[in-house]
Design a protein around this ligand. Structure first.
Ligand SMILES: [Ca+2]
Ligand SMILES: [Ca+2]
Ligand SMILES: [Ca+2]
Length: 492
């Protein structure tokens, strides 16, 4: 019976919107999203010698009416006549000798507010402060997040298709440990939804957004079409990810058995410097779930729009942090749709039929945290220890429930903006050489700084009590001995 643990089925931790329906939004909801300028308006400035009366008469001649004018820089905002286009009116005004310039009244957007039309239904992104976080980092493609799941709709291959809103997302090669081939396609729909939360193609005027959309996704298939997989498949997937350059592993899956094969795989990846983020479980109880409950993993519980913990989330002593998992029984934000996590995936049967689905579950919470972890590593320059990632996430989380850590919210709701603000961009990495490295006392040694990422100050300890703050100091050792020299490089 001891072998059983290696074959325990492990389930995905999510459920669909209760009606399991496609997200369908009429065109009226998105009609203005692609406008690049205000319809029916232009901006005109007359030359300096044109009098107020002459300008007013010119506007009347052209059939326009004044909406507003500006004294400081002399422009007029005009309504154009019915039946004329913005382009026609810009051309007509530009041709006049009394006009300095005429142009459309372009529309600006707040920096890094994405233009994806269904972003407005992704309440879960502002809930973790993504808009301001995106001003700090949108990720770098060398930071790879392994989605250890049922596969991802990342390519056109046989009956499988690339999800349209993943078309601009970077993918690196993964593996399929269910069918044992190099095509980890999604025959279930869960993995594509999870991958979307991490790195849905963003600012592409289509669909929805992802947290770390300029990071890369590694699809690793360890669950079958029913969303189940053996611990060995999962262990293989975790090890594959760690051996092939993943900085982050997301596991929106779990089982109630604590098994050595799974723990060993987690420890293996952790020891290779991989940050492992896991769904806490959907049991609604404190029964520990695995791999989330291993100390190496960041266990993510689920909250809904009002930042209360969900009825389904697992909780308990192993929970580290919480994130939006949604609640598809309510519409607390009043947008007319259930408060699930909205991403694109296929319908689970026809692998080329994609829609936007509201899912709920700790499966949906975990990838928010995995995405923020990827942004942290990106901002740090592409490398960060799991300990440092965990500290940045936990120390900046927004405390909920009882003060301090608690078993429902862990350290609180992940705060992407605060987490990113808490770390230094591209911190210096100290390195140096010294010459000579041996000789007869008294011996003067010349040290050369070789630190990277542009440190601005240096603190040397020469091992004999001597110190220096020069970048390239020399030091004379008076007495014979073996000395250990340390350099601390700091960036303002
Ligand atoms: Ca998009
Ligand atoms: Ca809603
Ligand atoms: Ca708390």
């Amino acid at each position: 019976m001891r072998l059983v643990s290696a074959f325990v089925l492990i389930a995905m931790l999510f459920s669909l919107a209760w009606a399991a329906e496609d997200f369908r939004i009429g065109q009226t909801c998105v009609s203005s999203s692609n406008d690049t300028y205000m319809p029916g308006e232009i901006v005109v400035k007359f030359k300096a010698e044109v009098s107020r009366q002459q300008a007013a008469s010119a506007l009347a001649d052209m059939g326009t009416t004044l909406i507003s004018s500006n004294e400081q820089i002399g422009f007029r905002q005009l309504a154009i006549p019915a039946g004329k286009t913005v382009e026609e009116m810009v051309a007509a005004f530009s041709a006049r000798p009394d006009v300095e310039y005429a142009e459309p009244n372009y529309i600006a957007h707040a920096f890094m507010t994405p233009n994806d039309p269904y972003y407005v239904y992704q309440w879960h992104m502002p809930l973790i402060n993504m808009p301001s976080a995106w001003d700090q980092s949108t990720g770098i493609p060398s930071v790879v997040v392994a989605v250890v799941d049922c596969g991802v709709a990342y390519e056109n291959y046989g009956v499988y298709y690339l999800a349209p809103d993943l078309a601009g997302t970077t993918f690196v090669p993964g593996y399929d440990f269910i069918n044992n081939d190099a095509h980890p396609n999604d025959d279930c729909a869960h993995g594509t939804h999870v991958a979307g939360t991490i790195a849905q193609t963003t600012n592409n005027n289509l669909g929805v957004t992802g947290v770390a959309f300029n990071c890369a996704i590694m699809p690793v298939k360890v669950l079958d079409a029913t969303g189940s997989g053996s611990y060995t498949a999962i262990a293989n997937g975790v090890i594959f990810a760690a051996d092939n350059g993943a900085e982050v592993i997301n596991m929106s899956l779990g089982g109630s058995y604590n098994a050595t094969v799974l723990q060993d795989a987690v420890v293996y990846a952790y020891n290779k410097g991989v940050t492992i983020v896991c769904a806490a479980g959907n049991t609604g109880t404190s029964v520990p779930q695995y791999p989330a409950s291993y100390v190496q993993c960041i266990s993510v519980s689920a909250v809904r729009y009002d930042k209360t913990y969900t009825s389904y989330t697992s909780y308990g002593s192993n929970v580290d942090i919480c994130a939006p998992g949604g609640d598809v029984t309510v519409d607390q934000n009043g947008d007319g749709y259930v408060d699930g996590v909205l991403q694109q995936t296929h319908d689970g049967t026809n692998y080329g039929t994609f829609s936007y689905y509201f899912y709920e579950g700790t499966s949906m919470a975990s990838p928010h945290v995995a995405g923020v972890a990827a942004l942290l590593i990106s901002k740090a320059g592409g490398s960060m220890t799991p300990t440092a990632v965990r500290a940045a996430l936990q120390n900046t989380a927004t405390d909920l429930g009882t003060a301090g850590w608690d078993q429902y919210y862990g350290y609180g709701l992940v705060n992407a903006n605060a987490a990113l603000a808490s770390i230094v961009s591209n911190p210096p990495v100290a390195a140096f050489s010294g010459t000579p490295t041996s000789g007869y006392a008294p011996l003067t040694v010349a040290f050369t700084d070789a630190s990277t990422n542009s440190p601005t100050s240096w603190a040397w300890n020469f091992g004999d009590g001597g110190t220096s703050t020069l970048q390239n100091p020399s030091h004379t050792y008076a007495a014979a001995g073996t000395y250990t020299v340390t350099l601390t490089a700091t960036k303002a």
